[in-house]
Design a binder for this molecule. Structure first.
Ligand SMILES: Cc1ncc(COP(=O)(O)O)c(C=O)c1O
Length: 364
């Protein structure tokens, strides 16, 4: 049998998925559990699909240690739709919410709230230094309905190491690019959302975890697909959900629980991976320059520059020749970015670190 060609994949999203998950999808694709049908060919109301969905929910609850106040739901429209749904659902009575602006995705979340004419306040921002850091000691308003943060900033390569104190105001977090990469205490969170396509699956589904008390704020008159209560009341099966994406998420969560051994273990692996790449950057005598301030560095997206754009171009071209893909920085900021999500193995990170050291030796 011919070996399948696979590169070391550092894409920012859609991104690498665990190989055993892809293999299981392949093996079961034509005949799912002896049904004689693919998972993409069967009713979303079949007992087989409902079992997949319920297993994904149960695994999420166990992995994140969620108590019964939290609902786990699956939506479409990406994290971007959440930018609008959150203010629509929670700010109907004209009360305000606080936002921390740490880059493009937070900026977009703020913009969407304002498109809807909702009274949101920017409680802190790191725009003054090109979003290279996470603001500390943010003063949230006790009047705010929620406090919105972006837990990991995919483009600038910064991450909240510890979540901010809000004085009891529910935290709402866009965890798209570090969801399930580390454990966290769910108690301060009113809502957590994550587009699947970085850490937990393919594009097409967004996980939204919402706490019961916030649902009391959802206005009855919203369109049905834009109300969180539609998803919580119907176990995400009001209409046809993205079945295949949910199935893939279920398999990734199973891999996280059973193969990796949970979020503490995942976090330790992720820390070691990030330390390896930042170690190369810091030992390179300025050949590579990390763009995030060290205390705010992301464990998921390592962003760095070389001395010139020409050198960056060479670095990226030779990386591809060495089997290392997806290292180009986001088009809005340029430079280089290694996205080392859960499914990127230590071996891929080692290959990247070795390549970076060798490239610096040759060109430095
Ligand atoms: C942190 C974060 N939030 C939101 C988005 C937008 O997500 P989507 O494309 O699922 O709408 C992204 C996409 O890269 C992201 O990284």
């Amino acid at each position: 049998m011919q070996a399948v060609h696979r590169i070391h994949n550092f894409n920012a999203g859609p991104a690498a998925l665990p190989l055993p998950v892809l293999e299981e999808i392949k093996a079961s694709f034509l005949d799912f559990q002896g049904t004689g049908m693919s998972i993409v060919e069967m009713s979303h109301r079949s007992k087989e699909f409902e079992a997949v969905l319920n297993d994904a929910v149960a695994r999420t609850r166990r992995l994140l240690k969620l108590d019964s106040r939290y609902h786990v739901t699956f939506l479409q429209g990406g994290a971007t739709l959440q930018f609008a749904m959150i203010p629509m659902n929670f700010l109907a009575d004209r009360r305000s919410a606080d936002y921390v602006n740490t880059g493009t995705w937070s900026t977009n979340a703020i913009k969407e709230a304002r498109v809807l004419n909702k009274p949101v306040r920017v409680a802190a921002s790191s725009e003054d230094r090109q979003f290279t850091y996470i603001p500390q000691n943010v003063a949230f308003s006790p009047e705010a309905v929620y406090a919105h943060i972006t837990s990991n900033n995919t483009i600038r390569g910064t991450q909240w190491a510890r979540f901010p104190e809000t004085g009891g105001v529910p935290l709402v977090a866009d965890m798209s690019s570090d969801f399930m990469s580390r454990p966290f205490d769910p108690a301060p969170f009113g809502l957590v959302y994550a587009g699947a396509q970085k850490n937990i699956g393919p594009a097409g589904v967004t996980m939204v975890i919402v706490r019961e008390d916030l649902l009391a704020r959802v206005p009855e008159q919203l369109p049905v697909m834009l109300k969180y209560t539609t998803y919580t009341a119907k176990n995400s099966l009001y209409n046809t959900p993205p079945c295949f994406a949910i199935y893939a998420v279920q398999l990734v969560l199973k891999w996280l629980e059973e193969t990796v051994g949970g979020l503490e273990k995942m976090a330790a692996v992720n820390q070691a991976k990030a330390a390896r790449v930042y170690g190369v950057i810091d030992a390179s005598n300025g050949f590579y320059r990390g763009t995030a301030e060290p205390a705010s560095r992301s464990q998921m997206n390592v962003t760095f520059r070389l001395q010139s754009e020409a050198l960056e171009k060479q670095f990226l071209e030779e990386a591809v020749k060495n089997g290392l893909g997806g290292l180009k920085g986001h088009r809005s900021v340029g430079g280089c970015r290694a996205s080392i999500y859960n499914a990127v193995p230590q071996a891929a990170v080692d290959a990247l670190a070795d390549y970076m050291e060798a490239f610096a030796r040759q060109r430095g």
